[in-house]
Design a protein around this ligand. Sequence first.
Ligand code: G4P
Length: 191
Amino acid sequence: MRLLEQRIITDGIIGENDVLKVGTFLNQQIDVELMSACADEFCRLFKDAGITKVLTVEASGIAIAAITALRLGVQLVFAKKSVTSNVAGAVYSADAYSFTHNHNNTLIVPCAYLGQSDKVLIIDDFLARGEAVNALLDICESAGAVAAGVGILIEKAYQGGGEKIKKRGVRLESLARIASLDVKNGITFEN
Ligand code: G4P
């Protein structure tokens, strides 16, 4: 998606350890107009997939997932990374090791929020090695829900996450696919 790619070029900062910093429009300050345009695109791509629920993981995925859910006219569920006093009853859980943050997260979704009748669209801001999305797919499986697709804003296409998802037979749509991230040569995209 041209608009998102252009914003990554103008605002993205290449940090250490292959991390792309996009705090000005995605990870801390959120450009809601840009997110709205991205949600429209996810809606166009998945409007015929019979989605009944959007699923993401806290924190940065929530904004784009919420606008997408609004457009699709369905509820949004987000996985928490720890049990809090607000989480009651039985839960589905799956582990996701974050290479970016170098620690393990146990993703948790109450069983009441996901079930066999659901067709789920997983939305997230980034796809790198795919640990987080893989864990969300595990949770859908545990719930007996159908994972109808995965929508990603920024995929670092060279880190293998996309292959993992496709191997599981799940449709993947990424709005910007980064082919390389290099302080010297900048950011390049692939289709
Ligand atoms: P990983 O293998 O690098 O850990 O990536 P994975 O696809 O499992 O995503 C794990 C987390 O890392 C996600 O955030 C994802 O948004 C973030 N992430 C991965 N690569 C980058 C990057 O280059 N830039 C930025 N800004 N984020 C990246 P999370 O752990 O769920 O944290 P949160 O930011 O959503 O709170």
